[in-house]
Write a protein that binds this ligand. Structure first.
Ligand code: HEM
Length: 370
């Protein structure tokens, strides 16, 4: 397929996804708008019986779910999820008090090919904006966090598309560096999103007010983590750029745990990438094959160093925020809401830097030799 046709198809796919997202945000299949508008106040009052009563009221039967569209199922899971997290924040295991909710969660998970609870996608990109926005606390700092993840996710989609196409492209192709630069432009939004969080969210608010809503709940015999930003699969970009062959066991373990919390179309990507050489590996190999090849791949190498720098910038800002929010004096939980910890974030940031240095080093060696 030529580049023009690929671009046309990409624009169609993007538009289709955007329209779908809007339909999900607009949907209120459980008639839960009014209940969820009251949720922040109920959470402040810690009214557990109200939460349990309304969860039971809005929860659909499996027969009713059969009549929902797939988009309706996503919106229903989003709204039930707000009550699950709120009960858990109050120290109540939701399905221990309302076991009748389990068949609905399982059916909604089955219909949407996702886990039987809400995820970061439900809480952010599928959450309506404005007065209908679903919130646990009603605090503007919660909106800053939701908006930051919305922004990051909207740029992750095209970044992943581009990364996948880079896999098919020789590193010497003229388009390689251009495409990689566009990946960097999308990833820059992650750092930008993090700046809004650093400026607009107090670490104490995250640690003591919001974090408890993201605790895991039990469905059947299994634990499922809440809608944490940590489940935004930036690791797919990492896998393509450097991590398929340079990740630490700790980071690999985190990816394996996280994968089930993301979208069906993204879940098949990491296993596919696992055995493919990363761009770092391919470019360093090309650099060492002699001066001519090193010269040809120089634009790709520069673009890769820039992309890794962009990833590191996000990771550095993010690590700073995480260190402040998880310091012992204020935290309520030692682990992050995605099941990892601050040490993992430091490891990832350092690995990104080491990989960038690897590329820089092999470029410098080539120019030194000639
Ligand atoms: C108060 C704000 C935040 C804090 C305290 C925080 C904290 C953490 C912590 C402790 C982890 C380690 C894994 C885990 O949670 O289990 C993590 C992972 C992660 N977080 Fe955040 N986070 C925040 C906001 C965000 C935002 C706004 C985004 C997206 C724009 C984000 C994206 C990620 C990603 C992608 C990971 C996986 C590890 C990585 O790729 O570096 N976080 N976060």
């Amino acid at each position: 397929m030529d580049d023009f046709m690929t671009a046309v198809l990409e624009i169609h796919a993007e538009r289709w996804l955007e329209e779908r997202r809007e339909r999900i945000c607009n949907a209120d299949p459980l008639g839960a708008d009014a209940v969820l508008a009251t949720l922040p106040q109920v959470n402040r009052e810690k009214d557990v019986s109200w939460l349990a009563m309304h969860l039971s009221d809005i929860c659909p039967t499996v027969d009713a779910i059969h009549r929902f569209t797939e988009e309706g199922c996503i919106a229903a899971m989003r709204d039930i999820g707000m009550l699950l997290g709120s009960l858990k924040q109050n120290g109540v295991e939701p399905l221990a008090v309302l076991p009748a909710v389990e068949p609905a969660l399982r059916e909604l998970g089955r219909r949407t090919e996702m886990i039987p609870r809400d995820t970061v996608h439900h809480y952010t990109e599928w959450n309506p904006t404005g007065v209908r926005q679903r919130m646990y606390t009603g605090d503007v700092q919660e909106t800053v966090l939701i908006d930051a993840v919305r922004l990051a996710l909207s740029h992750l989609e095209p970044a992943i598309e581009l990364c996948m196409s880079l896999h098919e492209l020789p590193v010497s192709d003229l388009m390689f560096a251009t495409k990689l630069d566009t990946v960097s432009q999308h990833i820059e939004y992650f750092a930008g999103a993090m700046t809004t969080v650093v400026d607009g969210v107090k670490p104490e608010f995250f640690a003591r007010t919001l974090r408890p809503y993201f605790e895991h709940i039990r469905v059947g015999g299994e634990s499922y983590l809440g809608p944490a930003a940590a489940h935004v699969p930036l690791y797919i970009v990492d896998l393509v750029l450097w991590a398929s062959d340079h990740a630490s066991p700790q980071y690999r373990g985190f990816m394996q745990e996280s994968i089930r919390h993301t979208l069906p179309r993204w879940r098949s990507v990491p296993p596919y990438l696992e055995n493919k050489p990363s761009l770092v590996e391919r470019i360093v190999a090309a650099m060492t094959r002699g001066a001519d090849e090193a010269h040809t791949v120089a634009p790709a190498a520069n673009a890769l160093v820039h992309a890794l720098r962009t990833l590191r910038l996000f990771r550095s800002k993010h690590l700073g925020m995480a260190q402040r929010a998880y310091r012992e004096s204020i935290r309520l939980f030692p682990l992050g809401s995605g099941g990892g910890d601050v040490d993992l974030l430091r490891t990832i940031r350092d690995l990104v830097r080491e990989n960038s240095e690897l590329v820089l080093h092999s470029s410098a060696q080539q120019s030194g030799e000639h």
